[in-house]
Design a protein around this ligand. Structure first.
Ligand SMILES: Cc1cc2nc3c(=O)[nH]c(=O)nc-3n(C[C@H](O)[C@H](O)[C@H](O)COP(=O)(O)OP(=O)(O)OC[C@H]3O[C@@H](n4cnc5c(N)ncnc54)[C@H](O)[C@@H]3O)c2cc1C
Length: 473
């Protein structure tokens, strides 16, 4: 290691690793320090239940990963990353035994909403057809990290997405489309009537039509391992089991880049109350299952889907989300479930399956949601419980222990509500900079927010290399 590094990155999550790669491939010397004994943060894979069952404790499905401008500019396939697609990206079953779907095909998706809403859906997504690459690059680079390449499409996206999702859902006459769309918004645990929540639903829908909602072969760890392989080939080093508590714990460097919560960064770098206004949000109660067979969904479509949303109506989803934001765990939780072995049978022994489900719970909640979650699954897949070989549960305390960024179990590293959905971690056009000129933040507490896409790391790296070039002169 040189006596003075160009950059030190704290945290080997997808954003920390992306920032490190972006700097290393531009010739800067970089070292990453990770608290845990494995890299990946929210993108890891572990045998949590039984031998041979490869679970993703956090992220599993990657609509924003395959569509990430940062990842697309890196040769991650050469480092083992292969995206696998289930026949359907997502399905949303109803009590009558039918399901709406989010398909790669706009026509199939629209048809699943029924004749009264098919046209409204086609009209909603038509202006963005074939424009994912520029649109994603433009909205994921806000604020101010790059000039928009297609300002007209970005403006149309803003007009449709900036109002609350409840406005956007008024385009639909039936609850099939509304429920599916409400479920999409709930992926970032945002209340449906919040500012810009329409954009969340729209992004997930457009991502499905552009690139699908794939899973990495072998699990999410493959994303982290590919980034790490690329980093090492550019001369970067990674140190695990190295929890950083003070800046003095780190070797001398010209820049320090934190893939941590703003709270931890303020504590470590001595920034006082700079991030005191930053709010953490709701958490989840998650169950990883080893199953003796595929989930016995009543409807046919969920059997072919990588992701299945469970929350029959838009009102049920809104009620569950509202309750959670007010501190009450839901009796009938809205669930996001993922069935990786539908796309990747190698994740479990022959004929067996891995499956995960989570429901939202208040920040710091200490109860057990297992029964409520399984009642919801049984409603749409009777006989599910009989297939369970083993389960691993994690509520807010376990999630926070797994990753210091999940404060109170907040898996988004900061509430996705109000202005903080768009402008995080503070109201500033320079979210990656801090009052310390050599200290930067790159975690999902910065735009564009949660998800395995590396774009917070990519945007932060731009601020870092400007600093490095300026201070080299
Ligand atoms: C249950 C769950 C399900 C999810 N599902 C999906 C999904 O399907 N698709 C998707 O795209 N996203 C999903 N996410 C979100 C996604 O995992 C995160 O948004 C993403 O991992 C954030 O990346 P990051 O690099 O900002 O932070 P993280 O991935 O949280 O990584 C931060 C890293 O920093 C380390 N660290 C923190 N403090 C220190 C310190 N002081 N010293 C050293 N190291 C430190 C941590 O150990 C960790 O490794 C899910 C998350 C959870 C928890």
């Amino acid at each position: 290691m040189p006596s003075m590094l160009d950059a030190v990155v704290v945290g080997a999550g997808p954003n920390g690793l992306t920032a490190a790669v972006e700097l290393a491939r531009r010739g800067f010397s970089v070292a990453v320090f990770e608290a845990k004994d494995t890299i990946g943060g929210g993108a890891r894979t572990q045998e949590l239940t039984l031998p041979g069952f490869r679970h993703d404790p956090c992220s599993a499905v990657h609509p924003l990963g395959i569509g990430s401008p940062a990842f697309r500019a890196m040769p991650l396939d050469r480092y083992g990353l292969e995206w696998l697609h289930a026949p359907l990206p997502m399905a949303h079953p109803f009590d009558d035994g039918t399901a709406a779907v989010l398909s790669r095909s706009v026509a199939e998706t629209a048809a699943s909403f029924g004749p009264r809403d098919a046209g409204a859906y086609r009209r909603l997504v038509a202006p963005f057809a074939g424009r994912w690459d520029t649109l994603a690059r433009d909205f994921m680079s806000l604020p101010l990290t790059a000039l928009p390449r297609d300002p007209v499409t970005l403006a149309r996206f803003g007009l449709a997405g900036l109002p609350p999702s409840t406005w956007l859902m008024r385009r639909f006459r039936d609850d099939r489309a509304r429920a599916l769309f409400a479920g999409l918004v709930a992926h970032v645990i945002a209340p449906l009537d919040g500012l810009a929540t329409g954009a969340i639903g729209l992004v997930f829908a457009l991502a499905a039509h552009a690139n699908g909602w794939p899973l990495p072969r072998g699990g999410s760890q493959a994303v982290s391992d590919a980034l790490a392989g690329l980093l090492r080939d550019h001369g970067g080093a990674i140190h695990t089991e190295y929890e950083v508590k003070r800046l003095d714990d780190l070797p001398p460097a010209r820049a320090y880049v934190f893939d941590t919560s703003p709270t931890a960064l303020a504590r470590i770098a001595g920034l006082g109350g700079y991030y005191d206004g930053y709010r953490y949000g709701a958490s989840v109660f998650k169950i990883d299952y080893a199953l003796d067979g595929p989930v016995p969904w009543t409807a046919e479509e969920p059997r072919r889907a990588g992701t299945v949303q469970i929350g029959p109506g838009s009102r049920d989803i809104a009620t569950a989300l509202r309750g959670v934001s007010r501190g009450t765990a839901p009796e009938a939780p809205f669930l996001i479930t993922a069935q990786p072995s539908v796309a990747d049978p190698g994740r479990a022994p022959a004929g067996k399956h891995v499956f995960w489900a989570y429901g939202h719970v208040p920040n710091g909640w200490q109860g057990d949601l297992t029964d409520a979650i399984e009642r919801q699954i049984e409603r749409f897949a009777p006989g599910f419980r009989d297939l369970v070989l083993a389960r691993a549960t994690a509520g807010p305390p376990q999630l926070a222990a797994h990753n210091a960024n999940y404060i109170g179990g907040d898996i988004a590293c900061g509430a996705a509500t109000g202005l903080q959905l768009l402008l995080r971690p503070r109201l500033t056009p320079f979210p990656y900079s801090t009052p310390h000129p050599a200290v930067f933040l790159c975690s999902s507490a910065t735009p564009p927010g949660p998800g395995v896409h590396g774009m917070s790391g990519h945007n932060a790296a731009k601020a870092v290399w400007r600093h490095l070039r300026r201070t080299a002169r």
